[in-house]
Design a protein around this ligand. Structure first.
Ligand SMILES: CC(C)(COP(=O)(O)OP(=O)(O)OC[C@H]1O[C@@H](n2cnc3c(N)ncnc32)[C@H](O)[C@@H]1OP(=O)(O)O)[C@@H](O)C(=O)NCCC(=O)NCCS
Length: 160
């Protein structure tokens, strides 16, 4: 059997996030001006939501990125994903999305939904590469200016 993997991502550990990560997550958000920031409080508030999963990508013993999604069977809603500037293009986001897809399959979720700023070329390239498709648009969703693209990935039945 031929197994493909992203060798860059081997150096990324993907694990459940802990309280102690939230300051680092907020610092990563601050490295991306204009990206909607949850801050430490926002990540903390997610702990009360039992549908919510926050994962950390760890490189060299430090958080290099994060993802948060809600498991709303039969859908998964991807809420936020960002990677530290120093760790970009090393496969962190790819590894985080890969783990989210594992959660989706384990929870019998058939669809992954997300919104992305129409001008966010990096994120759009990432998602299209992962098989997401544009299924709609929310006009002036961001700061009453930029449109949001609605993207969806259908998880094949064989993967569930
Ligand atoms: C979008 C983001 C999460 C990508 O993280 P990353 O860890 O650098 O992504 P990966 O290394 O896994 O990249 C996977 C693929 O995505 C695409 N991609 C990633 N960054 C890209 C860029 N700047 N330009 C074009 N394509 C890009 C490429 O196809 C890349 O594969 P390649 O490196 O083999 O060419 C990161 O740029 C980020 O944190 N941006 C700010 C927050 C944000 O916009 N989040 C998205 C929310 S919707």
């Amino acid at each position: 059997m031929l197994v493909s993997c992203d060798l860059r991502a081997i150096y990324m550990l993907i694990r459940r996030a802990k309280k102690e990560d939230y300051a680092a997550f907020a610092a990563i958000e601050a490295e991306h001006p204009g990206y909607p920031a949850w801050g430490e409080k926002g990540f903390g508030a997610e702990e009360k939501n039992r549908n919510s999963v926050t994962l950390a990508a760890e490189a060299d013993g430090r958080p290099a990125g994060f993802i948060n999604f809600w498991i709303l069977r039969p859908q998964v809603q991807l809420n936020t994903l960002a990677v530290a500037q120093a760790s970009l293009r090393r496969g962190a986001a790819t590894a985080l999305i890969g783990k989210m897809l594992e959660y989706a399959a384990k929870n019998l979720c058939r669809e992954i939904d997300l919104e992305v700023n129409e001008h966010n070329a990096a994120a759009i390239a990432l998602y299209l590469g992962y098989g997401f498709e544009v299924v709609g648009k929310r006009p002036k969703f961001y700061n009453n200016t930029d449109d949001a693209l609605l993207l969806r990935k259908t998880v094949p039945v064989k993967d569930i």
